[in-house]
Design a protein around this ligand. Structure first.
Ligand SMILES: Nc1ncnc2c1ncn2[C@@H]1O[C@H](COP(=O)(O)OP(=O)(O)O)[C@@H](O)[C@H]1O
Ligand SMILES: [Mg+2]
Length: 316
């Protein structure tokens, strides 16, 4: 079954990674998985200083059925995201990407399976304020100004107080310095999303979960924020799980792309991205990028067919 063995033979243009963004040799995740799995049970593993490798986000046999639903939203999902990796989830609408992210964030219960974040439960990680979530719909406090919303993590949590960036610097980084004194209801959808992103950056989380954070943005802002995100990821040694509908975006950002299929939601395939970093313009417009895009699209097509109801399939 695809979900039980998603790391099948790589597609022609995908090969295991050999380097991370910092230029430090990093074994492919499957190698890392084998070497460090036994070490992840330590409850203190997550307290190690940033920059130290070890530990994974691990999801095993996860099944989740919403109340009253006729089929599971997620079935037997296995996912391993090593420390400091950038992994994207991509797949047809309704395949359970948001549900999976919310389960990892500890916001959603599940029927069976295991979710382990560097030896801790999602709830424990939230308590340590080490987990940041940018949901699909930005959740800002309507009675606070933009600046106050961005400053919120520093008011409620010591970890964020260590943040080098002031709320104004964070707002500048998402191009919203002029909106600092406005209220959420005065902003467009794209602006709200940028405030939510600035706030998540300010939290300096060890694990950052992002649900289509850039989908409401214009191309230019999107590219600028992708760069910001990569910079944050590199500087803070953050582990990122990122949901997107954009094949180009997934390849530009990720070390690995998890392709999901629907009905029920499953991991269809895990594709390592072997593009060098930094992913500058030359890299992301080069011929290898196009080959990778074509591979992901082929994989998405087979994921769609795997999850399609018989009536959806049009005979050619
Ligand atoms: N709160 C909810 N209550 C009931 N069903 C839900 C809820 N959220 C999502 N679903 C269902 O679960 C499935 C997966 O949804 P979702 O995780 O939002 O998928 P995706 O993010 O990939 O589009 C869909 O069939 C959706 O209708
Ligand atoms: Mg979604």
């Amino acid at each position: 079954m695809a979900s039980r063995n998603p790391r099948g033979p790589p597609l022609p243009h995908f090969r295991p990674l050999s380097n991370d963004i910092l230029g430090t040799p990093v074994p492919s995740s499957s190698t890392l998985e084998g070497k460090t799995r036994g070490q992840t049970s330590s409850r203190t593993a997550f307290d190690r200083p940033p920059g130290m490798t070890g530990g994974h986000i691990e999801v095993h046999g996860l099944t989740k059925t919403y109340e009253g639903a006729s089929r599971a939203a997620l079935e037997s999902v296995d996912l391993t995201v090593p420390h400091r990796r950038f992994v994207s989830l991509i797949g047809p609408s309704g395949c359970g990407k948001s549900t999976l992210l919310r389960v990892i964030a500890g916001l959603e219960s599940f029927d069976s399976g295991e979710v382990n974040l560097f030896g801790a439960t999602p709830r424990e990680l939230c308590r340590r304020k080490a987990l940041g979530l940018v949901p699909q719909t930005p959740a800002l406090l309507p009675w606070l100004t933009v600046r106050q919303n961005v400053a919120l993590p520093t008011r409620i949590n010591r970890r964020a107080r260590r943040s080098a960036e002031s709320p104004d610097t964070l707002l500048r980084s998402v191009g919203l310095e002029d909106a600092a004194n406005r209220y959420p209801h005065e902003l467009s959808g794209g602006m709200l999303q940028r405030v939510a992103i600035a706030r998540a950056f300010g939290l300096r989380p060890d694990v950052l979960l992002m649900d289509e954070p850039f989908s409401a943005l214009d191309e230019f802002t999107r590219e600028a924020l992708q760069l910001q995100l990569l910079e944050l990821w590199q500087r803070r040694a953050t582990t990122v799980v990122f949901v997107t509908h954009s094949v180009h975006e997934a390849i530009t950002l990720s070390d690995e792309i998890v392709v999901m299929s629907a009905r029920p939601g499953r991991v269809h395939r895990v594709l390592p991205v072997d593009l060098p970093r930094p992913r500058d313009r030359q890299v992301v417009t080069g011929p290898h990028m196009y080959a990778l895009e074509s591979d992901v699209r082929v994989c998405l097509q087979s994921a769609w067919e795997a999850g399609a109801a018989p009536d959806d399939l049009i005979p050619l």
